[in-house]
Design a protein around this ligand. Structure first.
Ligand code: MIC
Ligand code: SF4
Length: 641
């Protein structure tokens, strides 16, 4: 077996490990963060389960940190109390970004991790099967329920050679994104193998698995080897280490070879992570802002590289440089060894250990600015400035460009930056709260910002409504449910958020939906790529959206739609998409019978302006029941009754 199959086989509860067929797996660990967590815990509470049934569940507070009003602080209190009350560990604000802290302190080779954040696959760096999902799926897993997916294909990425000449792990994943695109990983696990693996440190592997999310992959995984062992020893967690590898000569569904020695510094240009070019082709662009950090590139090793490149220099006068170390462990070690002083002396603006500018929580660039970021997403508007041009680059490129004031090709700079993993990390778990002991009562604190979440209604016999909007390919969840400093504080207030649903693509969408009493969304391919935010499904429920008709869907968003009782219909014929306009009348007669039959046929007949068109609806029987019940919450209640 390959490593992915071994991990799945060890957790398989239902189904057959045949690519594309539905399987259910047992989840050992869960993580939530605060922007998806409030909703996940409201849903967990609605399920009426006393204590989590996982081996370890951790609630992180790392996204909504600006606290420009009472809302975020209220949510933090709610998360802290509801989590400890139900047997969940809490990583307090300031302790770091969920994926970085989880890798450092909780990851375990061989275990499964389900997280309410799309970059949960980061922990695949140490041989975990780590998957991002909507909050509701994570709530179910916390309650001991299985996680349902289709058995992914396994794509082997065979690494040879070794990185050189200031090329870094970020450049590896950008190279893969250039080869495969933001759709290249859909339905697949990217499994790394080959002699190049041993040349990569755990933080480097984590940069690669993290950004596997941008390929649309279900997850990415590295073997657990001697390099992993050294990482666990340095984290004083050797007991959690175990070696894991694919069997010799095992089969894969697909295979790609990448020679690390050929990798050169790359940048993802505006506005997509797969719009990748070699930096040498675009070097010299004037830069206004540089942001270093995020769950992709904020490890101790990355920060040490940055400190060494900034040492004794000054940030260019046209540049604002921000640095957010990924965790308090990293920040503390930088403070203790003097690297932080070098960053400060160079003129960097040090931000707290959190997501920060990556999710538009502050540091929005100036009008038309060029912003270089070591982050993983550069969707238009995500930085908080619609006219900004965001480039995704490595820490080396970012640091050198911040000093030069223009985009610099690090391989032509003559500089060196050694990657290092220390012999020992400073372990500082004092900002991680253990769960309350069983039997102890914890008062759950709910501020006025916490509003009930919308629950869909059972599917009627006939569904009809207008097409409210027709959208292009690659619509992201940042389009469907924008984030940033103005909206993130309302993640526990869906009625408020709904008024901003899809507004970056169609400013009148919420008004149109309200006026029509709901309707349908029509979209191109890869609809809903990006974040795991369930709000991109909950806001449509609030607005009465009955279905999305798209050329194809991103995995997590499709699951979130079905979990909330919204139909995910895929065009079988290109001309059907072309025929649809805003205001086209959609009608699905015998909807309940058709949805039930789609489990076998995979199809459903939809009438558009009176003309029949056949569309794909690929669902298993559990999903059909969820759609009929009006979502997972109703379905679970029906099943319990
Ligand atoms: C993101 O990077 O878009 C986020 C914010 O981390 C999201 C979660 C969210 O929308 O809250 C993600 O990637 O899942
Ligand atoms: Fe946070 Fe950005 Fe990572 Fe999302 S991608 S978890 S916002 S750092």
């Amino acid at each position: 077996m390959n490593l992915t199959e071994k991990l799945i086989a060890a957790h398989l509860l239902e189904g057959e490990m045949k690519a594309g067929s539905p399987i259910a797996i047992r989840i050992d660990q869960t993580l939530t963060q605060d922007s998806t967590g409030t909703m996940a815990y409201l849903q967990f509470e609605a399920m009426g389960i006393d204590r989590v049934r996982t081996q370890k569940s951790v609630a992180y507070i790392d996204h909504n940190m600006l606290q420009t009003g009472f809302e975020n602080a209220d949510d933090h209190k709610y998360i802290q109390t509801v989590a400890t009350a139900h047997g969940i560990w809490v990583s307090r604000p300031g302790n770091g970004i969920c994926h970085q802290v989880h890798l450092e302190r909780f990851s375990k080779p061989g275990q499964t991790l389900l997280g309410s954040d799309s970059h949960t696959p980061t922990c695949g760096a140490v041989g975990m099967l780590a998957i991002g999902a909507g909050g509701l799926d994570v709530a179910v897993a916390m309650g001991g329920g299985a996680y349902h997916i289709n058995m992914p294909k396994v794509c082997k990425i065979f690494l040879t050679g070794r990185l050189s000449g200031m090329a870094s792990a970020k450049d590896v994943i950008l190279t893969i994104l250039k080869m495969l695109s933001v759709k290249g990983g859909v339905g697949k696990v990217m499994e790394y193998a080959g002699p190049g693996v041993a040349t990569l440190t755990v933080p480097e592997r984590a940069t690669i698995t993290n950004m596997g999310a941008e390929l649309g992959a279900t997850t990415s995984v590295f073997p657990s080897d001697a390099v992993t062992e050294q990482f666990f020893r340095a984290q004083n967690r050797l007991a959690d280490y175990r070696p894991l590898a694919a069997d010799d000569g095992c089969a894969y569904d697909e295979e790609i070879t990448l020679n690390l020695s050929d990798v050169v510094p790359m940048a993802a240009m505006p506005h997509s992570p797969d719009n990748v070019r070699a930096i040498r082709e675009i070097a010299g662009i004037k830069v206004d802002q540089v942001c270093i950090g995020s769950c992709t590139n904020s490890s101790f090793a990355d920060m040490m590289k940055v400190a060494s490149l900034l040492d004794g220099k000054t940030v260019a006068e046209n540049v604002s440089l921000t640095i957010s170390p990924g965790s308090r462990q990293v920040l503390n070690m930088l403070a203790a060894n003097g690297a932080l002083a070098k960053m400060i002396a160079a003129g960097a603006r040090i931000l707290e250990s959190a997501c920060g500018p990556c999710i538009g929580m502050g540091q929005s660039p100036a009008t038309n600015a060029v912003s270089l970021r070591t982050f993983n997403r550069n969707f238009c508007g995500r930085s908080g400035t619609v006219s900004a041009n965001v480039y995704l680059v490595s820490p080396e490129t970012a640091a050198l460009s911040a000093i030069a004031g223009v985009l610099v090709d690090p391989s032509a700079s003559g500089e060196q930056a050694a990657s290092l993993v220390p012999e020992t990390f400073t372990v500082l778990d004092n900002m991680i709260l253990p769960p309350a002991p069983e039997g102890e009562t914890v008062e759950v604190v709910r501020g006025p910002n916490i509003k009930p979440f919308p629950v869909n209604t059972p599917m009627p016999e006939k569904i009809s409504g207008k097409v409210l909007t027709v959208l292009e390919d690659n619509i992201t969840t940042d389009h469907i449910m924008p984030s940033g400093a103005k909206l993130l504080p309302y993640r526990s207030n869906v009625p408020y958020l709904a008024d901003f649903c899809l507004t970056p693509s169609d400013p009148d969408f919420p008004q149109k939906a309200k006026a029509a009493g709901g309707g349908f969304i029509v979209a191109g391919s890869n609809y809903g790529q990006g974040s795991s935010r369930e709000h991109a499904a909950l806001a449509p429920v609030q607005l009465g959206i009955k279905g999305v008709l798209a050329k194809s869907f991103a995995r997590i968003h499709a699951a979130n739609l079905v979990n909330n009782g919204i139909l995910t219909l895929t065009f079988l014929h290109a001309e059907d998409f072309d025929a649809l306009r805003q205001d086209s009348e959609i009608c699905i007669p015998n909807a309940r019978a058709q949805v039930a039959a789609a489990v076998d046929t995979g199809k459903i007949t939809v009438f558009a302006d009176g003309k029949p068109m056949e569309m794909a609806l690929s669902i298993d029987s559990r999903q059909a029941n969820m759609l009929l019940a009006g979502g997972l919450i109703n379905y679970t209640k029906e099943a319990q009754a």
